[in-house]
Design a binder for this molecule. Structure first.
Ligand code: UFG
Length: 333
């Protein structure tokens, strides 16, 4: 019988908690590993087996793999804030890169065959002519976060070539939105991501949204990003698990909606969805931001059969607004 035991590293985080919900909905047996440095205890689904610890600690991981007969690791455990990585690159290389090395060492020693890895659009840097990014485009990160994830991708690729490990690397564009139940959502301290900050401003928790630069090479001068709903990302991981079990080989996919929205367009859409004025003012550029990041997601649609359900940013923002209204203080209430 198929082994449906999955370990989600980082399962208490924003993307991890939505991933866990999806796995449980699809009858997987889920084990979560998280050190709760940015994840939330309250976001851990009571139906999972939870181990509190750090992926850089190989003994800790060995113990988890000895106890649980894991078929696939979904590796979502990483620091992911672009501006923070510009200020403290070593924090990113230490946590993200060492975490990947220790995890792979432990997987090799414990004969765990599959890994699905959360990579990122930030591995590409500034795409040539701001065109849609496909999997084979050059990867040349412009921030340490993207660099750390590119290193993780490469380490995983080489390790898979010399060991019995297959991987799927999923390069997310801008993960956004929340579970339609309103029970789980995005909650970072401090919050740095655009949509949750726009929601805070709409809700009156923040007076004004700063738009970081309006002199980029884009139609309205503000950065263009590809916002993809968290639930659609989770779907892609289920398809990646099935791909690994069926094909027993490795692959890499870009995950985005393939439509770009500027910061100003996001703010305008949020005004429409929330009915609130949302004060915004142009401020300085934030270091490390590429002009445009939009996915060519043909490969994921074609090979994995991935079909994102949220095909407009208004619906995505509506789920984020729903989460804001049901949990204004995030997991703290
Ligand atoms: N922005 C503002 N004001 C804010 C916050 C953000 O103008 O208060 C702008 C940023 O400058 C950027 C855009 O909104 O142009 C999106 O910024 P986010 O911080 O929400 O997201 P990033 O694009 O920096 O990064 C996100 C994830 C990364 C991932 C990347 C991939 O945080 O992990 O998307 O595209 F790698």
């Amino acid at each position: 019988m198929e082994n449906k035991n999955v370990l989600v590293a980082g399962g208490a985080g924003y993307i991890g908690s939505h991933m866990v919900q999806k796995l449980l909905d699809d009858n997987y047996h889920v084990v979560v590993v998280d050190n709760l440095s940015t994840g939330h205890r309250a976001a851990i689904n009571p139906k999972v087996t939870f181990y509190e610890g750090d992926t850089r600690d190989k003994n800790f991981l060995d113990n988890v793999f000895e106890n649980e007969n894991i078929n696939t690791v979904i590796h979502m455990d990483a620091f992911s804030i672009v501006p923070e990585s510009m200020k403290d690159p070593l924090k990113y290389f230490d946590n993200n890169v060492i975490g990947m090395i220790k995890l792979l060492e432990s997987m090799v020693d414990n004969h765990v065959p599959n890994i699905v890895f959360s990579s990122t659009a930030a591995t590409f840097g500034n795409p040539i002519n701001n065109k849609k990014i496909s999997e084979d485009d050059p990867q040349d990160p412009i921030n340490p976060y993207g660099e750390s994830k590119l290193m993780m991708e490469k380490i995983m690729k080489w390790v898979s070539q010399s060991n019995d490990i297959n991987y799927v690397a999923l390069r997310y564009f801008n993960a956004s939105g929340a579970h339609p139940s309103g029970k789980i959502g995005e909650d970072h301290h401090p919050e740095t991501h655009l949509i949750p900050i726009v929601m805070q401003t709409a809700y009156g928790q923040q007076e004004v949204l700063k738009i970081f630069g309006d002199d980029y090479k884009t139609p309205d001068g503000t950065n263009v990003r590809d916002y993809i709903h968290i639930d659609d990302l989770a779907d892609a991981h289920i398809l990646a698990l099935e791909y690994l079990n069926k094909n027993k080989d490795s692959n890499t996919f870009n995950l985005g909606s393939s439509t770009g929205f500027s910061v100003k367009q996001i703010v305008d859409t949020a005004r429409k969805v929330t009915g609130k004025p949302i004060n915004a003012k142009i401020s300085n550029r934030r270091p490390g931001d590429p002009d445009v990041l939009v996915a060519d997601s043909f490969k994921a649609r074609n090979i994995l059969g991935w079909q994102p359900k949220y095909d407009n940013v208004e619906d995505i923002i509506r789920t984020a607004w729903n989460w804001k209204q049901s949990s204004p203080e995030g997991y703290e209430n």
